[in-house]
Design a protein around this ligand. Structure first.
Ligand code: MN
Length: 137
């Protein structure tokens, strides 16, 4: 185990093109085989969320703290809690973020596309109406 690699993580603000609200990202590591696979911790301020996007190889999200909101194309928004794990299918259009009143922290694990070297395809920001379209609301 290379402990130095693990202690190098530095917090960087999430790029405003990709997020609404304040977010902080720490790149924890990249697994090199068979395609580079990223492990990132993301902290979302209350109400902050990603833009709509997809991952060519899918993604696993593990909620570490707070309450998450997960939006998938054509489905009502779902909430997930600390300890929950959410699987996003390859190419599935979605977004993730924090509930309106709590900071949310999740791990995100996702691989680059073997051909294009692309891990995320970013689209437009998530509007308030989509953000509030909770299941059962
Ligand atoms: Mn995602």
């Amino acid at each position: 185990m290379k402990i130095n690699e693990l202690t190098k993580a530095k917090s960087s603000p999430g790029p405003t093109d990709w997020f609404t609200g304040n977010t902080w990202m720490e790149h924890l590591g990249t697994l090199s085989t068979p395609a580079p696979t990223k492990v990132i911790r993301v902290t979302f301020a209350p109400g902050a969320r990603t833009a709509w996007h997809s991952h060519p190889q899918g993604q696993v999200l593990h909620i570490l703290g707070g309450v998450a909101r997960i939006g998938r194309e054509g489905e009502p928004v779902r909430e997930a809690h600390a300890g929950d794990t959410v699987e996003i299918l390859p190419g599935e259009r979605h977004w993730h973020g924090a509930a309106p009143e709590l900071v949310m922290v999740h791990l995100a694990v996702y691989a680059e596309d073997a051909d294009a070297g692309l891990a995320t395809v970013w689209e437009e920001q998530v509007g308030q109406r989509d953000y509030e379209a909770l299941a059962g609301a």
